[in-house]
Design a protein around this ligand. Structure first.
Ligand code: PGA
Length: 248
């Protein structure tokens, strides 16, 4: 049984005080108990949000991290630093980082391995661009992203990894993949995990869909066999919408 996981990716939004306000609104709402709820907040807000969610079931995520524990990497944040804050998850390889900050499959792989070594669960993002989809290359692209991201990762670590399938053309565009298309790609990703790690791993790994998830389309997505949750951007910034998504 895979426990559904719904994560809000706040991206570069919310100051510390705004973050505390939003997370308090979320925690005071009724949240479905059979769903794991995660908030991925800016680095600056992690400590305060961690305090605010203490004693609740809400889990905390960072949105990125470096792969080294420490060193001369001006401006970077290390897994060691994040571990001390007490984060549970870290988003790795979001398409915005691939697009604007030169994140590559190699750095995604290094970060995923580093996260696991610090007992931080990576949420590894993959997904094709519109151009790639128009050329029918979505499976080829996603397969390559998955195989590279998982290099050197062992079967026993699969239970601690979440994959987020996020077609780039659906992020922040209001254009959601149809639930059938999203399910097909999540099923395809599960198949790749099955080839690499065996049937049990394929059954265990949780795969989220991301890209313009809203209160109005979440139910349909979650009804699909291979979709185990959602990575929610824009709609996670409004407590009421995020709570509706969690309680789909
Ligand atoms: P969106 O973003 O829900 O605003 O499309 C999703 C994401 O980037 O994780």
């Amino acid at each position: 049984m895979r426990i559904p996981i719904i994560a809000g990716n706040w991206k570069m939004n919310k100051t510390i005080s705004e973050s505390t306000y939003l997370v308090n609104e979320i925690k005071e709402s009724h949240l479905r108990e059979d769903v794991e709820v995660v908030v991925a907040v800016p680095f600056t807000s992690l400590t305060e949000v961690k305090k605010a969610i203490e004693g609740t079931r809400i889990k905390l995520a960072a949105q990125n991290m470096h792969w080294e524990g420490q060193g001369a990497y001006t401006g970077e944040i290390s897994p060691l630093m994040l571990k001390e804050i007490g984060i549970d998850y870290c988003i790795i390889g979001h398409s915005e980082r691939r697009q604007y900050f030169n994140e590559t499959d190699e750095t995604v792989n290094k970060k995923a391995i580093a996260a696991l070594s610090y007992s931080i669960k990576p949420i590894i993002c993959v997904g094709e661009t519109l151009e790639q989809r128009e050329k029918n290359e979505e499976e080829k692209v996603v397969e390559e992203q998955i195989l590279k991201a998982f290099e050197g990762i062992e079967e026993g670590q699969i239970k601690d990894i979440v994959i987020a399938y996020e077609p780039v053309w659906a992020i922040g565009t209001g254009r959601t993949a149809s639930s059938e298309d999203a399910n097909k790609m999540c099923g395809f990703i599960r198949k790749i995990i099955g080839y690499k790690y065996g049937e049990q791993a394929a059954k265990t790994i949780r795969i989220q869909y991301g890209g313009s998830v809203k209160p109005t389309n979440i139910k349909e997505l979650m009804d699909m066999d291979h979709i185990d949750g959602a990575l929610v951007g824009g709609a996670s910034l409004v407590a009421d919408d995020f709570v509706k998504i969690v309680n789909y």
